[in-house]
Write a protein of this length. Sequence first.
Length: 314
Amino acid sequence: MAVAIWSSGLVIMCCLFLFLCSYPPLWPFLFIYWIWIQVDTAPETGRRIFPSVRRSKFWRYFAEYYPVSRVFLFLQETDLPPDRPYVFGYHPHGVGALVTFATEATGFSSLFPGITPHLLTLTNNFKVPFYRDILMALGIYSVSKASCSNILKAGPGSSITIVVGGAAESLSARPGTVNLTLRKRFGFIKVAIQHGADLVPVFSFGENDIYEQMPNEKGTTIHTLQKHFQSIFGFTLPLFHGRGVLNYNLGLMPYRRRIVVVIGRPIPVKQHDKPTTEEVREVQEKYITELTRIWDTYKDEFAKARLRELQIVE
């Protein structure tokens, strides 16, 4: 039930707002709230976290939906001292980022005391009534440059988590495969260098196995429409399916597949306000090397059903 509720959370919140709009006495309050949504800068400041929401049993139930007692298993390969800021790069795009960095279902705070995690997502999500407030309570904020800067400027122990591949990566998600959109993604590296934040690669095994996706290879009509949609709205909608609430064959619920999140070794960077292209590419190579090491180390244990090896594209 927890997974079903969250999977449809955005739709539920939109319907709730429209339902409240049908009650005229509430119009003044809803109007003020709507104006507040347009001017509120909290999604870019990272200052509206509620630890009690992050620690809710709801998220433990969410994680336990998958077929092991502790599905989002942390493989902590190194200590992360809270005496510096961090930029976590999450791969591939998937639900593990939410559970790992926006809740305490995997015990982030107990494993890394003194580090305050902030998962970043599309700015448009903070225009949805009520849904936006839940996101911020979980420590989820806008992925804008201003947001990254405001959070990291808080100093030691501050951190942001960026799902680097984003919408483009979600289009190539297939069970048994991992295609990471990374080669042309330099923004998160520049942010880390500008704020002197250690760059931490995070790889999540099993993310691409929880949904099936309709064929959308380059050149197909579906792929063309999805890319056109992305160019207009900044995100895209993969045509996927999973299981249903009461059946295992078809629906929008994710399949029950084990997901294992591995936090790699931090990559120290030298702070520089205006990093050169060479500096950024040098750090990117170190980042890719560490990400590849994680894959090679754990693939035989957590990706036994893989159809091919890790591929880094674009």
